[in-house]
Design a protein around this ligand. Sequence first.
Ligand SMILES: [Zn+2]
Length: 208
Amino acid sequence: MSNNGIIHEATTKQRLLAMTFDDGPDETYTPQLLQVLAAHGAKATFYMIGSSIEAYPDVARAVHSQGHEIGNHTYNHPYLTKIAHAERKEQLERTHTLIIEITGSSPATFRPPYIDYNDEVAAEAAAMDYQMIGAVNMEAMDWAAPGVDHIVSKTMEQVRNGGILIFHDGYGDRSQTVEAVKQLVPELMHQGYRFVTVSELLKTAEPV
Ligand SMILES: [Zn+2]
C-alpha cells in the first residue's frame, strides 16, 4: 500500500476510488469540476496551494461546503527536496493554517508537489500527522494537456479497487481535465465504482 511512506492506493475489496485535484483553487476550473462532481454525487479531494487559497478563498470554501476534502499541497509549490528544512516546514505549516481557516479542522493528507519527496520530507509530514498521498494514474499526465482521450484511457488502464487518481484544477488551462472527468465519473460509476475522499478511502484500507 505504501512505498517510502507515500500512498498510491488503499487495499480494499470495495469498489472505491479517490479522485484528487492538485494546484487549485482556481476561479475557472474548480467550480466546473464541482459541478461535474455534484451532478454525480461524487466526492473528491483537492490538494490546494496556500497562495491560491489566499487568492480564491471563496472557491476553497465552496469545495469544503460541498463535502470534499482539502489537502495540503504546500504554500507555493516548490521541489521540497531542494529547499532547507526551515523553509520546508514553513511551506507545510502556512498552508496547514490556511486550510484550518477554511474548514475549521486540521487537514489529514498531503501531496508533495511533483511527487518529489525523500525520507526527510516523509518524516516532516509524519510529524504533522499527515499521510503522504501519491496516485496510480501518473501516466495520464493531465497536467501536460495530452488530449482528453489520453487522460481517459491512461486513467482507465490503472483503475482498480482503492486507487487514488491524480488530476489538476489549477495553474493552466484545465479544460481537458474537466472534459476527461466528465467522461470518467459516469463511466466508472456505471462499472460499480463509488468516489470517496482520500481520508474516507484510507479508513477502509485493510491490513495486508
Ligand atoms: Zn502540484
